[in-house]
Design a protein around this ligand. Structure first.
Ligand SMILES: Nc1ncnc2c1ncn2[C@@H]1O[C@H](COP(=O)(O)OP(=O)(O)OP(=O)(O)O)[C@@H](O)[C@H]1O
Ligand SMILES: [Mg+2]
Length: 402
């Protein structure tokens, strides 16, 4: 099974790898998924190389085992906390009468990229927002047209070189090679969970991770604005742990098994037994009280994001929520209430193969990196000859999956 592309989502709570390929019919087939818990990153920044390296090795060896071949290169995702976006206008002159070529289009984008970069940062993405020809706006692709002055508004995302270097180092130390610079996780997720109609109509994508919540606004099909809050699902767990005086581990279990974002969704009389800190004595708490703790924190996060949305009128497709945090019961309902617009949970769409395995908002970034890799990089490197799995095992799996 050659020609594999592999997305690698490096999160605060887990590392997730997703392998796939483009079928003859043009569909994207997911052929392998591997996840490993990881606590070596904070706010998208490497805090412990060895922990991250072990998690990458484990997640990717799981994928190698399923696909029956070694993996060499991976499309690496990056959290939004250390990335920054800004708009820049590029302008070029076209000699009279000449047809605008692809080179001209590249040239106008290059001029927009000539911004003064903050020390220690580099450009991660330059996303054209639309072109203007001799003052006329609304041009999707000026190639083949004629005019004198070509302008392009480009949304440029920059990121810290140190953060990029350390993410790259972890991937390399694990025995893999990034296909290029990291990809902003939120941008990647938009490839797997948003429809092109939603992006055209105007949509806000929110990824609720472990210790970050990233947001991106898509208008007229393009990413227009990004922001990131240093708060995520783990803060809810901490709130539960403090509120119920129990350990973080117990609080996480309670959040996942009985948590809800809306107290109104909890059945009357529902109670949860919680082991107390220290003596482990069980104490009973009403479900609505736990939901109240979650709702308060989640509402606070949404209100902070709503502030950022103020300048954006007419996000007709509303809000799409991804990340593990979006798995909480009532998340879409709370989003709808706070943002006062339609809200849905974003699950990977349009995939074949192991589509059911990745049918969760927690896989939005990993599957998005896979789709992004196939669509944008189209760099299918050969299988790694030094696989982490034994040869016999490899042959067995190749026979099984070819
Ligand atoms: N079933 C569930 N119900 C509620 N919350 C969940 C569930 N599963 C995971 N979570 C929460 O999702 C969060 C982790 O989400 P995710 O895996 O998207 O984060 P990450 O990618 O590791 O972190 P980040 O994006 O911040 O770097 C944790 O706070 C976890 O408690
Ligand atoms: Mg994440």
């Amino acid at each position: 099974m050659s020609n594999l592309t592999v997305g690698l989502d490096l999160g605060t709570t887990k590392v997730c790898a997703c392998a796939g390929r483009k079928t003859k019919e043009g569909q994207i087939e997911v052929v392998g998924v591997g996840m490993s818990p990881c606590s070596g990153l904070h706010h998208g920044i490497v805090s412990n190389v060895n922990t991250v390296v072990s998690a990458i090795e484990l997640a990717l060896s799981k994928v190698e085992l399923v696909v029956g071949q070694g993996i060499k290169s991976v499309v690496v995702g990056m959290a939004g906390k250390s990335a920054k976006g800004e708009s820049s206008l590029g302008t070029i002159a076209i000699s009279k009468g000449r047809e605008i070529t692809k080179q001209d289009v590249n040239r106008v984008i290059e001029t927009a990229k000539a911004i003064s970069l903050a020390a220690g940062t580099e450009i991660l993405h330059s996303l054209p927002q639309g072109y203007k020809l001799d003052g006329q706006a609304g041009i999707e692709d000026p190639s083949g047209m004629s005019g004198i002055k070509l302008e392009c508004d480009v949304y440029i995302i920059t990121a810290s070189q140190t953060v990029i270097r350390n993410l790259t180092r972890c991937v390399q130390k694990s025995g893999f090679e990034p296909t290029g610079s990291p990809v902003l996780g939120l941008l990647a997720a938009s490839y797997s969970v948003l429809s092109s109609d939603e992006k055209k109509l105007g949509v806000c994508l929110i990824d609720i991770g472990g210790d970050t919540t990233d947001m991106g606004i898509f208008i007229d099909g393009n990413l227009h604005c990004t922001s990131s809050l240093p708060v995520g699902g783990d803060h809810i767990t901490t709130d539960i742990s403090v509120g119920l005086r129990t350990s973080f581990t117990e609080a996480e279990k309670i959040k996942i098994s009985a948590g809800s974002c809306l107290a109104s969704l909890v059945e009357e009389g529902d109670t949860v037994n919680v082991p107390s800190l220290g003596d482990g004595k069980l104490q009973s708490f009403p479900g609505y009280a736990i939901a109240g703790i979650i709702e308060e924190r989640m509402e606070e996060i949404f209100l902070l994001l709503k502030e950022e949305l103020k300048g954006f009128k007419g996000l007709k497709a509303g809000v799409v929520l991804t990340g593990g945090g979006a798995l909480l019961t009532g998340m879409a309902e709370l989003g709808q209430q706070v943002f006062n617009m339609p809200a849905r949970i974003g699950r990977p769409m349009g995939l074949t193969g192991l589509a059911e395995t990745v049918d969760s908002p927690i896989y939005a970034v990993a599957t998005g990196l896979l789709v992004y890799g196939i669509k944008n990089q189209a760099r299918h490197l050969p299988a790694n000859p030094i696989s982490k799995i034994g040869r016999g095992m490899k042959n067995f799996f190749s026979d099984l999956f070819e």
